[in-house]
Design a binder for this molecule. Structure first.
Ligand code: NAP
Length: 288
């Protein structure tokens, strides 16, 4: 590599490192005491961890997912952990009216809303695309359109409370990868939509902040089950990712990255496309 190119690379790494350090703004935990929070996909995985951590910070919670019996147990634990209030509402985000019904319920239960944390995802296979367009259509409703519906319904309330929308997204919505095409398409859609909405809200001098969280591989049961036999890489703890998401939302960061490598992957994504694609394809086990 040419000397100047090397220097440029080095400088970029230093600047990026500093930027990450600055962006990891600390927040005042007290500010979340009594905060009115709606968390979706909270019956398991990262959403469940988000509920517990908001609870420990003394928030008031409404949680949702499809399985009421599991949510009931999460609510019980949240109350034990210190939530000022915790209630649940079962809902299926594949059904468009459910998305708005959940926000309405949360506003009624909590008397408003400070944080709308959009985290749920519908199950999707980890395999080569089999041409199933219907599944992608269904997944777009669950993973993408329901997010828009909930955001639209919550915006007037969030405007009054100077609140925040937190969108849990993925590195797979920033970089193209094999085996998760419908899922990745919904995450690209989320990044595009909420990234654009950040601009529009800023231009309108809105009080509402949007935080888009870019996550790498996290050790939830569903993710571990899916990747088994396909890829061998470190999965980071769900409770730590939840902590990072909560901090980013509370400090109103526009974009947050967890774990650390996701930031660099996005930064250098288009620098060496040939080697990037080679690395991606060789990191999966696949028998033709
Ligand atoms: P997960 O363990 O599969 O949990 C998904 C949640 O969504 C569950 O609470 C599930 O509960 C709910 N859900 C599923 N279908 C639903 C539907 N039709 N309507 C309403 N709720 C539904 O997922 P996760 O691994 O914690 O991931 C959470 C978020 O992190 C997602 O946005 C994901 O894209 C992102 N992320 C995860 C990873 C990772 O490696 N784990 C990596 C990058 C990004 P019910 O079954 O009870 O409905």
């Amino acid at each position: 590599m040419h000397l100047y190119a090397k220097l440029l690379l080095l400088c970029s790494i230093v600047v990026a490192f500093i930027a990450v350090q600055w962006s990891a703004t600390s927040f005042n935990e007290e500010s979340l005491k009594g905060a009115r929070v709606l968390v979706t996909g909270a019956s398991t995985g990262i959403g469940e961890q988000l509920a517990y951590q908001y609870a420990r910070l003394g928030a008031q919670l409404v949680i949702t997912a499809r399985r009421g019996n599991v949510l009931e147990e999460v609510v019980r634990k949240c109350l034990e952990m210190g939530a000022q209030k915790a209630v649940f509402i079962p809902a299926d985000m594949a059904s468009p009216p459910d998305a708005e019904r959940v926000v309405q319920y949360a506003i009624e239960q909590l008397g408003g809303l400070d944080f709308l944390v959009l985290n749920h995802i519908g199950p999707s296979p980890f395999s080569m695309w089999n041409g199933d367009v219907e599944h992608t259509r269904w997944l777009l409703q669950v993973n993408f359109l329901s997010y828009l519906q909930m955001a639209q319904k919550a915006l007037p309330t969030l405007e009054k409370s100077k609140g925040s929308i937190v969108v849990v997204s993925s590195l797979l919505g920033k970089m193209c990868s094999p085996f998760t095409l419908p899922y990745a398409a919904t995450k690209f859609a989320l990044n595009g939509f909420f990234g654009g909405l950040q601009h529009e809200l800023a231009m309108q001098k809105s009080n509402v902040s949007i935080t888009i969280c870019i996550l790498g591989l996290i050790d939830t049961d569903s993710a571990m089950e899916k990747i088994k036999g396909y890829i061998n890489m470190t999965a980071y703890p769900a409770h730590e990712s939840a902590r990072h998401i909560i901090e980013a939302g509370a400090s109103r960061q526009p974009e947050a990255f967890y774990p650390w490598y996701t930031f660099y992957a996005c930064l250098f994504r288009d620098w060496f496309p040939y080697y990037r694609d080679l690395a991606i394809q060789n990191s999966y086990t696949y028998d033709t």
